[in-house]
Design a protein around this ligand. Structure first.
Ligand code: MN
Length: 145
């Protein structure tokens, strides 16, 4: 197999378009695994695409995310901070920071996301967590759980 897999329509040769994850409160998100990593580089490099109006799961976990917006625009909430994000912006999601990504209503939000190959499972918010997050008005208006 060639070392090059061509890009077309926000997909890549021999990269299947998968469901985002099993279950969970998210809407209109697909996942593509671009690189599975190796012993000498134990990462997984993914491309997620949130359709217009959709959102990822509100979650937290010990592992980090390094994100690069590749397509469209939207907003994200990371650790209680809501930000507009646009093509080529970078987003760092620190360990145990609550986070959620939303596409704008009129454009998708496609982003590359780098994670460690070995990582903990995402935690979903409890009612108490939601209450705590919603003390900040901008977060209350943003999150979908
Ligand atoms: Mn996450």
């Amino acid at each position: 197999m060639s070392h090059v897999r061509r890009f077309k329509d926000f997909g890549w040769e021999n990269v299947p378009v998968l469901a985002y994850k099993e279950g969970g409160p998210y809407r209109s998100v697909t996942r593509q695994v671009l690189f599975e990593g190796q012993e000498t580089l134990p990462v997984q490099w993914r491309y997620f695409e949130v359709a217009p109006g959709g959102h990822s799961t509100l979650e937290r976990h010990e592992h980090l995310h390094y994100v690069l917006v590749l397509r469209g625009r939207g907003r994200c909430m990371v650790a209680g901070e809501v930000s507009d994000i646009d093509e080529h912006d970078l987003v760092e999601v620190p360990s145990l920071a609550w986070h959620q990504f939303r596409a704008s209503e009129d454009a998708p939000l496609g982003f590359l996301c780098l994670v460690a190959a070995e990582r903990d499972k995402p935690q979903l918010p409890t009612a108490q967590d939601i209450k705590m997050l919603c003390q900040e008005r901008s977060v209350a208006d943003f999150i979908r759980a």
